[in-house]
Design a protein around this ligand. Structure first.
Ligand SMILES: [Zn+2]
Length: 510
């Protein structure tokens, strides 16, 4: 009986309160599933089993769901269920083998099956490795992870429960069927590679009401958040910029206030509070903050910063904002936020991009498949601190030789002095810049590399010079893929605000 090894089993079930309840519907579900390659069917009630047996010779796993108030076990708990299922044509019987109360002993049900129906296989539906240990002596023909998450002692299991699948496979010689919360094709692949005998898919195929809900939830979500707004704030060395936006990305308000030099954490926090207090309204549900330094996005905390805010390292923006406004903010590095702003502007055409910002230092942000790459400690995209071979200049980060000491805003200013342009310096600058672009491209290749910050002021002259140098060192690079960003001075505000309102569920998980 190897028929469903490495196959998909489709669970065709609709209980009384469900719209597709009825044997005829379930028969047609089974026809559809078998027509597309299913290797077996799992079905509830003798009536459904009988209807499905009339159209196929494939294995049918029969169950009877009996939700009696007196017992917790609810899948095939009585001898009479077994008799009716076998009579209807089930060649496999699955039963609840978890450690809960039941009307008839498990050993009684197993003996009943073995004695009367020796050709029928027994599938033990379990929820934990302890269930497996307890039921092992009864020697079922298969284990199935069906009930993971359903017993009080498996409530916190992952969905699907790959961990349990691995555990059983490593501790038992009996084949294991993966079942419970399999909803994506990739999960099936993973389960089979772990060593599952076969995989049961249920609701993801046979419950159209749940499939529809997966889509309508997005529509409902947009509707309920239609009037929601997000505040975006960019804490820069000289200015603190701010915007308010709605879910469609319309900028409702924008402005900036001076950030005094030698500012402290305390001063910034108080400015920040004034700014947010002014912008606050009942519609504001999200706050995004773009800031210099490395950020632990999951905590909204600065891990490391240099520059003119003296004690910015360790600034805990997450706690500060949450305490004052009851909103957990999306906090990220300014270059990452600017990259997000660029991404949301070009989302229709680009899945991946990188942004290089030139200012006091040189920052970077990478977006790959729509996700900003943060790194485990916010260190991804810190491209200004890649060491340029042979460069002996000290960097503000503490290292020697960082590329940003050669291509920052000050270096640009040296090229374009007194309306005159120093050609030699420009070539040197572009060579260094091209080296950085080629290094980035060899590390993470993206569709477009955008340049932003003060470099924008110098226009096509510097852009073309950099492009030329890039092709010189890498003839395969398409120079058109290097271009200026157009998201402007509010990029940090826009990127953080849009991300906070568009993907609120990701904010704490990044
Ligand atoms: Zn450095």
């Amino acid at each position: 009986m190897n028929k469903f090894k490495n196959r998909i089993i489709v669970s065709c079930q609709a209980e009384e309160e469900e719209p597709l309840h009825g044997s005829d519907y379930m028969k047609k579900m089974a026809i559809a599933a078998i027509g597309s390659g299913a290797g077996g069917i799992r079905a509830n009630t003798p009536e459904d089993v009988k209807a499905i047996r009339s159209i196929t010779d494939l294995p049918i796993i029969g169950i009877v769901k009996d939700r009696s108030e007196d017992y917790t076990a609810f899948i095939t708990t009585r001898k009479e269920h077994i008799d009716a299922l076998v009579k209807a044509g089930a060649d496999h019987i699955a039963m609840d083998c978890t450690d809960v109360t039941r009307p008839e002993e498990l050993s009684t049900l197993f003996s009943h099956l073995r004695e009367n129906y020796p050709k029928v296989s027994i599938i033990a539906d379990i929820s934990s490795i302890d269930d497996v240990k307890k039921v092992s002596t009864l020697k079922p023909d298969y284990w199935s992870t069906t009930l993971s998450g359903y017993t009080y002692y498996s409530k916190n299991a992952e969905k699907p429960d790959f961990k349990l699948l691995k555990e059983i496979i490593s501790q038992s010689d009996i084949p294991v069927i993966a079942e419970g919360n399999y909803s994506e094709p990739g999960q099936v692949r993973k389960a089979l590679l772990i060593g599952a005998y076969s995989v049961v898919i249920g609701s993801a195929i046979t419950r159209p009401q749940l499939i529809t809900k997966k889509f309508t939830e997005f529509v409902e979500d947009l509707k309920t958040r239609e009037t929601n707004k997000a505040i975006g704030i960019d804490i820069g060395g000289t200015w603190i910029r701010y915007i308010t936006t709605d879910i469609k990305g319309k900028i409702i308000k924008s402005g900036k206030v001076k950030n005094p030099s030698n500012s402290t954490k305390e001063k910034i926090f108080s400015t920040l509070k004034n700014v947010i207090d002014d912008l606050m309204s009942p519609d504001v549900k999200y706050i995004g903050i773009s800031t210099a330094g490395r950020v632990d996005v999951s905590k909204g905390k600065i891990l490391f910063a240099t520059g003119n805010i003296v004690d910015w390292s360790s600034a805990d923006l997450g706690t500060f904002i949450e305490k004052n406004y009851d909103i957990f903010p999306y906090v990220n590095n300014d270059s990452n936020c600017a990259a997000l702003a660029q991404f949301y502007e070009t989302e229709d055409t680009l899945d991946s991009l990188a942004l290089i910002t030139v200012g006091t230092g040189v920052g970077g942000g990478f977006i790959v498949n729509g996700h900003v790459m943060n790194g485990i400690k916010g260190g991804s995209g810190e491209i200004g601190h890649i060491i340029y071979p042979g460069n002996g200049k000290k960097c503000t980060c503490g290292k020697t030789g960082c590329i940003e000491t050669l291509i920052n805003g000050k270096n640009l200013l040296d090229i374009f002095t007194d309306e005159k342009k120093d050609d030699e310096k420009m070539k040197e600058y572009s060579e260094h810049f091209a080296w950085l672009i080629d290094t980035m491209n060899s590390t993470i290749e993206v569709e477009k590399i955008f340049l932003g910050g003060v470099i924008l002021k110098y226009g096509d002259e510097i852009l073309n010079s950099i492009r030329e140098e890039v092709i010189r060192i890498n003839p395969f690079f398409d120079p058109e893929n290097i271009c200026f960003t157009n998201s402007g001075e509010f990029a940090g505000c826009i990127g953080s605000a849009k991300h906070s309102i568009l993907h609120p569920s990701e904010v704490k998980n990044e």
